[in-house]
Design a protein around this ligand. Sequence first.
Ligand SMILES: Cc1ncc(COP(=O)(O)O)c(C=O)c1O
Length: 404
Amino acid sequence: MPMRSKMTPFFQTLKGGLFESVNKADVGDNADKMKADNVAMLSWADPFFPDDRMDEDIRRAVVSSLGDGTAQHYTAPIGNAELKKVIAEKVARFNGIPADPQRNIIITPGSDSALFFSLIPFVEHGDEVMIVDPSYPNNFQAVEILGGVPVSVPVRPETGFELEIEEFERRLTDKTKLVILTNPNNPTTVVYSRKSLEQLAAFIVKHDLLAIVDQAFEDIVYDGREMVSLGSLEGMLQKTVTIFSISKGMGLSGFRVGCIVASDRLIDTLFASAVSVVGATNTAAQLAAIAAYGKRDELIAEYSAIFDRRRRFVYDAPGVRMQMPQSAFLSWIDVSQLGTSDEIVDYLVREAKVFVNSGNCYGSQGEGYIRLVQGCYADDADIEQAVLRIREALLNKSRERGIS
Ligand SMILES: Cc1ncc(COP(=O)(O)O)c(C=O)c1O
């Protein structure tokens, strides 16, 4: 019997492993081949990738955990007690979410696993999960792996990709169980307004749903925008699981440290199953995270100045149609006049020697867009040169199509 037929329905039809190529450079040797061909990789949401820009205090924390042998051993499955304490302080101060470090926080190997782990107790076969479209691909896939049904809730460029609560209302059924929200959004970078989050909170409370909110990109927001945590709004403490990461704002993706914050009743089963599902997060990486939280404000100020410069550079490039990024280091570029997302991704690899992401990886609303990560590389010049090549190629394409 073919191996696939032994698998669950979702895995039977899953594409993109060893034997099929999909338009992502994540698997196999696509990325290596492109690098060998001098293609600039602006496709990983990984600050400064692939360069070394590690803060020296953080580097020292890791090295000393190796020197004194601490790194050899497990922490508790739910995480290092000191790390949970510093996260609890930050979550209270910055997010307005009260968290007891011993009861309301679990450290996870990155926020990707935090997202999946948080969904496991809630999503079973046929449950509908509302997901803003476009958003982070794992939101859709994690739900499908568990047999749930992702329900896309569109956001539109005409309204600046803000949440539209009527779109949620319209899709509500008796199978709707929860809402997954990535805030700030990847790929649109939108930092959802307090007003729209209050409307979403009222919707969730009214219909007795739950929210899983991924705030991996919360650290860097621009233009005086307010970063509001859904879990801090009225009635939402008992209904929200919030996920955080050190990968994006603090530029430490390789350490794989994220966390889950939730009230006692929500996190209870995660505590009970952490040893089976998570094991424990890497000990040296958790010590690096303590050092990182110790200088979070300083790191964020430094990195946000760099990424602010770069977002303006991309935005100002003629021929590039996009909304000014509201957070972090992504650009969401409308190429619909020039071709499909996949066509433009391939075209840019060929003509501009730059690899970006196809918008259709982020949901059906992403077709006609590409995502570019201006956070890559340590040196601004690497980004500027790649963006100039993109600009040139897009202008040529416009001329070819008789647009410009
Ligand atoms: C929205 C979002 N959440 C979570 C992650 C995963 O982050 P981590 O490195 O914490 O697993 C990513 C990575 O790109 C992301 O874009």
